[in-house]
Write a protein that binds this ligand. Structure first.
Ligand code: NAP
Length: 564
């Protein structure tokens, strides 16, 4: 098997590889291992210098996952039994060690080219294959292209006016330098208070001379209630790996967190207060699951939102700071909950202050700090925790073209259009793992990635058995799934709140909720039906004429209108 090639796609003997896997994060590691196990030849490409994906790049102080470690794992018996997490919510260094351990044990590293950027992929209909090119000059062909490049992996650029004039150092949480950063005695500013921001703020505060937090939107931030791993629970799961995995796949979130059992007003006042405290004590995303109707009924949601605000008032000494930190203009859970360790208490420190940039916007970055409308903040170091170009960023970066020169998101201008979040019409043999239209960022990424990759691997086996070499979704199946994704989210309070999961068409304010909100269990049930029916909705070895031009896809895209 060659790993470098200049072969043309129509060279005799077919493509160089069966599959090209893009990205060596937790999905890419599993994908390579599964495809190799299935007897396929695999070429992996990864921009980072080693495995890890987002956990390779997001090595900012305080980074840790907000899924419990019992479930943030591959459910392979050997791997599960050999590994030992330390904490209930593992840190980035521990997760990176785990992914290295898994990559070694699954022997996937040798299939990857590291420090290699994919610069493009071109589909060839004559040979039913892609040519992938890289910034290192490789040109590799394969039958299938599997994007495990993540949905939250293309960092948003900090394009603040004046940033080039800043004379101090500046960093992004999503591209943190391996050498680390010494904050001792420094005046540090953090811009952004999402999941990354709240974690790094709590971690930088004790190290810095002074820390100034620039908050645009207050988030509901829930203490993780982290602690040492419950060894007994871990061992119990290790003895029942397959059974637990089955339970996880039957859970809407792909991790065995508590689910709500009753609507808010089915409880008495006393019971409601108890259940709220119980969820707060459990910590993290459990606060999204207090009442069955909190995601759709504003009155129910108000109870949870106000409960969290009351906790913020208890935790933050200064009432004015507590007020700025309290989200008041949107319901809890309508933007992703942030999970923290001591975030609100950080604002009780002498060396920490908060700037409310919603009311006092940043005008520009200056050579010596940040100029807001009301004044100047002197800083030595700036940290941007401003998020990602979610869902489409990494795919756009990969520059995948069909025979008409179209790219997947050319037809997604009014919101993504996919079949199961896995494929998009007009791009044969291209698989998007955890893409828009799948449960994606709403669930445990281990569950989502492994389920998707197993589905793709089974589909490829089916094609091999039937001697098919080309697959793409039928346009009607894609339209129906896209409509279903829209229907499922149409009653969600979160559809009407600005956040990275909602695509907004600015011309008419129509909104598309990008992930599938029906839960992992419902998603898998549909996948199973599709497999049982002989891959209904997928078209094999046929050219879908109606889907071949960007224009026809664009027309169809206009037809999905959510929330209007
Ligand atoms: P994010 O949730 O998109 O938050 C970005 C933050 O930057 C927001 O506070 C945003 O304010 C602010 N911001 C963006 N542009 C700005 C600008 N021009 N001026 C001022 N403020 C600006 O990004 P993230 O924190 O990196 O998290 C993204 C996702 O990654 C999370 O939702 C989660 O899925 C994942 N993640 C998970 C963990 C974990 O497992 N614990 C940790 C980190 C990240 P606005 O809200 O006003 O836009």
């Amino acid at each position: 098997m060659t790993t470098e090639s200049t072969a043309t796609p129509d060279a005799e003997g077919g493509p160089d590889y069966d599959v090209i896997v893009v990205g060596a994060g937790l999905g890419g590691i599993y994908a390579v291992s599964r495809f190799v196990k299935d007897g396929l030849s695999v070429f992996g490409v990864e921009a980072g210098a080693d495995v890890g994906g987002v956990w390779y790049h997001n090595r900012y102080p305080g980074a840790r996952v907000d899924v419990e470690s019992y479930f943030y794992s591959y459910f392979d018996e050997d791997l599960y039994r050999e590994w030992q997490w330390n904490e209930r919510y593992p840190t980035q260094p521990e997760i990176l060690r785990y992914l290295n351990f898994a990559a070694d044990r699954l022997d996937v590293r040798r299939h990857f080219r590291f420090s290699t950027w994919m610069t493009g992929a071109q589909w060839h209909p004559q040979t039913n294959s892609y040519t992938v090119t890289t910034d290192t000059g490789l040109s590799v062909t394969a039958r299938y292209l599997v994007m495990t490049s993540g949905q939250l992996s293309k960092p948003r650029k900090p394009n603040f006016a004046g940033i080039d004039d800043f004379e101090g150092e500046w960093y992004q949480t999503s591209q943190w330098p391996e050498r680390g950063v010494d904050f001792a005695g420094q005046r540090v500013g953090v811009i952004g208070t999402g999941s990354s921001g709240v974690q790094t703020i709590s971690a930088i505060a004790p190290q810095a001379g002074e820390l100034v937090v620039f908050q645009r939107t207050a988030n509901y931030t829930i203490p993780a209630v982290n602690g040492a791993l419950d060894q007994q629970r871990y061992r119990q799961i290790a003895e029942a790996v397959d059974e637990t995995w089955g339970e996880m796949l039957a859970h809407p979130g792909g991790a065995l967190t508590p689910l709500p059992t009753r609507a808010a007003f089915d409880y008495t006042d006393t019971e409601r207060a108890e259940v709220l405290e119980k969820r707060w004590a459990y910590g993290g995303h459990a606060m999204n699951a207090v009442f069955t109707d909190q995601g759709t009924n504003m009155a129910s949601n108000d109870i949870v939102s106000e409960f969290v605000r009351s906790k913020i008032r208890q935790l933050v000494d200064d009432p004015e700071t507590a007020q700025i930190l309290s989200p008041v203009d949107y319901p809890i859970g309508s933007r992703r909950l942030c999970v923290c360790s001591g975030y609100y208490e950080t604002f009780n420190r002498e060396n920490v202050s908060l700037v409310d940039i919603k009311n006092d916007p940043i005008v520009r970055i200056t050579p010596t700090g940040v100029q807001t409308e009301s004044g100047h903040v002197d800083l030595d170091v700036l940290v941007f925790a401003i998020g990602f170009d979610a869902f489409t960023g990494a795919l756009d970066n990969a520059n995948v073209a069909n025979e008409h020169g179209s790219h997947p998101s050319d037809s997604w201008k009014r919101g993504p259009r996919t079949y199961l979040g896995l494929m998009t019409t007009g791009f044969p043999n291209l698989f998007i793992v955890t893409g828009p239209g799948s449960p994606s960022v709403l669930i445990n990424f281990f569950a989502g990635n492994v389920q998707h990759i197993d589905f793709v691997a089974d589909l490829i086996s089916y094609m091999t058995a039937h001697e098919y070499t080309r697959v793409e979704p039928d346009l009607r199946a894609q339209d129906a799934w896209t409509q279903h994704v829209a229907d499922v989210s149409s009653k969600l309070l979160r559809l009407n709140v600005e956040n990275y999961m909602v695509h907004v068409n600015r011309d008419d304010n129509t909104r598309v909720f990008m992930p599938y909100a029906g839960g992992l269990s419902a998603y898998i049930a549909r996948c199973d039906e599709i497999v049982a029916s002989g891959y209904e909705g997928f078209v094999f070895d046929e050219t879908i004429e109606s889907a071949l031009t960007g224009a026809s896809l664009g027309l169809q895209a206009d037809s999905v209108v959510v929330g209007s």
